[in-house]
Write a protein that binds this ligand. Structure first.
Ligand SMILES: [Zn+2]
Length: 74
């Protein structure tokens, strides 16, 4: 299952990464549950890995229920 509902909209790994990064990634991995709660609303947090450019890999986090998101570059 690669499509998930975020803020009431169906997203793919690519569109979820775009929500987090603000622009489309070159590549994105599968969406997974992040085993953590949103610090703003306590909602479920999803995680997706993506490459904003050929030389970087980012792990992004996004709440399913509100606008909260975070990212960690490797
Ligand atoms: Zn939230």
């Amino acid at each position: 299952m690669s499509n998930r509902v975020v803020e009431g909209r169906m997203v793919t790994a690519e569109s979820l990464a775009e929500l987090i990064e603000g622009e489309s990634p070159m590549e994105a991995t599968e969406i997974e549950d992040a085993d953590r709660e949103c610090p703003d609303c306590g909602g479920n947090v999803l995680t997706v890995g993506y490459m904003p450019s050929v030389t970087s890999f980012v792990t992004g986090y996004k709440c399913q229920d509100c606008e909260w998101h975070d990212s960690e570059a490797e």
